[in-house]
Ligand binder design. Structure first.
Ligand code: C2E
Ligand code: CA
Ligand code: CA
Length: 622
């Protein structure tokens, strides 16, 4: 059914075409999605321009070449959806819509009553007062997308000029659809890029970049609502060993399982991000110290359950550092920085989590830089031992020495143990460090043995060493290597290290004692051990913490503490050592109180083993 001869155009009819065109343009400008656009255009055609109905259909490329109803105004819905339309070259495809789609040309039915092509639809159309019909093909990106159909109450409603204007509207609609699609594709591409840039490939969780954004948004909201928020930073350890023993694939699976547990435990309100190889973060958008600590505890419990991988049960123990807005910082950087400092603090705490405690920022950054070097230092023998003599007070004789580690750093010079022991403990480097010290001390002890000097050397063990399952084996191996007697080495363990995990500590002490090793409790008086626990410990001596000893001559309280520790030790049949003896007066007073052994600057500072003989020759002790 080609375009029929044009009919006389009335000015009123032209006006409605113009109204259609301008209404369509307005709709196009405002459109955000395709469906809304069709709907709006149909509405404009009927409600603003005054046509009887408007309809948009999409040409499907199915075997029946069907036309799907997309939007319409002016028809009853039952009727609109009961129209079985096709653009196939068959009877039901020869109506205006089917013809417009099939031929790509405008198709007009000037008089529904008499048009032979309208047979199947005539009755329904006349019942609804439709006297003439116009179908415009909709071209989108150079393909026919469907048809835009308009019906009028009068026969011969569509004159040439009006059709011209309406086909411009159809063109604009096609262009509008194309624009929306381009926009959608661009948005999809952008979303994909964003997803890739903002999420961790292994777990699909937000990554470090995204976490920063989330944190920023959360801070803005928290500020407005005058409430606190928390950032929890986690390190889930053991990854290095797992990489080495099980390979990267299994290590990845472990991380995925950890991610699952974290997401489940944190809940939908607290997003989880993966910010590093074995580092995660949980953002708690609302809540203070109390809630953050509770969340940290729940997470620790959830990660406590071993994770099964290839038949092995792996321990995914975590440390959690907490920083809070606004107390610890008011911008994302400050919170992230403080959270990681708190994480370092958490690694040293027995609870596994820690709230940020101020004042460590700069110091910590410097120490972190040192850490990188320490591993190399252990391997390249940059560590060395100094020995501090111990004096038997009653006889005025040197009765042993304590091995104290130092680090000869190529740039920073000689570094004291306070600067690196704690960090070595928190990064797992303490294990190789302790092994190094043990071997170096045994080597020296062997040299002294060769010279006929048989005095024990004390070696410090850290809290971490007490949990090291290989410690005993390693000690046995080193003793065997040097043909050492069990009394060559004495082990010092701080009271606070024992109290971190009293049960494990007790087990390790018992096993050490079974090797016949001498054991001392270091820094005694600072670790709150109970007398009952102390009585059970298989130790040989107590070292009074130097904070009491250095003050005992000027502070009555300290003197009393020293006195009572000496009595306590003797009641338990333990030898008592005072360290931090800085002057002769203190040494004299200690002697009077019955203290057995003294160690301190007034006797000697810690010195290299080579200087030991010289020192002895020139000192008043023998
Ligand atoms: P510590 O085991 O309590 O060692 C005694 C510390 O007191 C030593 O500090 C020593 O130099 C110092 N000192 C000795 N006499 C005096 C004195 O009269 N007055 C004062 N004010 N201080 C005195 P150093 O060598 O800096 O070691 C500090 C800490 O580092 C040690 O405390 C120990 O906890 C740790 N450390 C040292 N070497 C090792 C090691 O090989 N392994 C482990 N795990 N820790 C070690
Ligand atoms: Ca010590
Ligand atoms: Ca000490």
């Amino acid at each position: 059914m080609p375009v029929q001869a044009s009919v006389e155009q009335e000015p009123g009819f032209l006006n409605r075409a113009l109204r259609t065109l301008s209404g369509c343009n307005r709709a196009l400008l405002r459109a955000t999605d395709e469906t809304a656009l069709y709907q709006e255009i149909c509405r404009v055609v009927v409600e603003q321009a005054g046509y009887r109905f408007a309809w948009v259909g999409r040409a499907e490329h199915d075997p029946g070449k069907s036309i799907t109803h997309l939007a319409q105004t002016g028809l009853d819905l039952d009727y609109a959806s009961s129209l079985r339309l096709t653009w196939a070259n068959a009877e039901l495809g020869r109506g205006p819509a089917g013809t417009a789609i099939r031929t790509g040309k405008i198709c007009i039915s000037h008089d529904v009553q008499s048009d032979p092509a309208l047979g199947p639809w005539r009755e329904g159309a006349l019942e609804r007062g439709i006297a003439s019909l116009l179908s415009l093909p909709l071209w989108v990106e150079e393909e026919i997308f469907g048809s835009f159909d308009i019906g009028a109450l009068e026969p011969n409603a569509f004159g040439a000029q009006e059709v011209e204007l309406l086909s411009q509207a159809a063109e604009d609609l096609g262009f509008g659809i194309a624009t929306l699609r381009t926009r959608t594709r661009a948005a999809e591409a952008e979303a994909t890029i964003k997803r890739m840039a903002y999420s961790d490939a292994l777990t699909g969780l937000p990554n470090r970049v995204r976490l920063r954004e989330l944190l920023e948004e959360a801070i803005v909201a928290a500020k407005q609502e005058r409430r606190p928020l928390g950032l929890l930073q986690l390190e889930v350890g053991r990854s290095r060993e797992i990489n080495e023993v099980l390979g990267y694939h299994e290590a990845d699976r472990l991380q995925q399982e950890i991610a699952n547990r974290l997401v489940q435990t944190a809940g939908a309100a607290n997003p989880v991000a993966r910010v590093g190889e074995c580092e995660f973060a949980v953002l708690m958008p609302s809540g203070g110290a109390e809630q953050a600590s509770q969340l940290a505890q729940r997470i620790l419990v959830a990660l406590d359950e071993p994770i099964e991988l290839s038949g092995l049960f792996l321990d995914a123990r975590a440390s959690i550092g907490i920083a809070l807005y606004p107390g610890h910082g008011t911008d994302p950087e400050a919170l992230i920085r403080r959270g990681s400092i708190a994480l370092e603090q958490a690694k040293r705490s027995s609870t596994g989590y820690a709230l940020f405690k101020g004042g460590l920022d700069l110091e910590c950054a410097q120490r972190m830089a040192l850490m990188g070097d320490l591993r190399r230092a252990i391997e390249h023998n940059e560590l060395l031992l100094h020995y501090q003599p111990k004096l038997q007070i009653a006889t005025n004789k040197v009765c042993g020495s304590e091995a104290l580690v130092r680090w000869q750093h190529p740039q920073h010079g000689l570094i004291a143990p306070d600067q690196f022991i704690k960090l070595a403990e928190s990064t797992g480097l303490i294990t190789p460090l302790t092994y190094w010290v043990l071997d170096a001390a045994l080597a020296q002890r062997y040299a002294w043995h060769e010279e006929g000097i048989e005095r024990p050397v004390s070696v410090n063990l850290s809290a971490r060493d007490l949990r090291d399952p290989k410690l005993l084996e390693r000690i046995n191996g080193s003793f065997a290597t040097w043909g050492a007697q069990s009394d060559w080495i004495e082990f010092e363990l701080t009271e606070s290290a024992l109290m971190e995990d009293p049960v494990t500590a007790m087990e390790t002490l018992v096993r050490l004692k079974n090797l016949d090793a001498q054991l001392a409790i270091d820094d005694f008086g600072t670790g709150y051990s109970s007398l009952a626990y102390l009585q059970q410990l298989p130790v040989d001596s107590l070292k009074i913490d130097q904070s009491f000893v250095t003050r005992m001559t000027c502070d009555d309280g300290s003197a009393k503490i020293v006195h009572s520790i000496i009595e306590l030790a003797h009641n338990l049949d333990l030898t008592v050592v005072a360290e931090g003896v800085e002057d002769q007066a203190t040494l004299t007073q200690l002697g009077r109180l019955g203290c057995d052994i003294a160690q301190g600057y007034t006797i000697s500072r810690p010195i290299p083993a080579e200087q030991f003989r010289d020192w002895e020759a020139h000192s008043t002790w023998h």
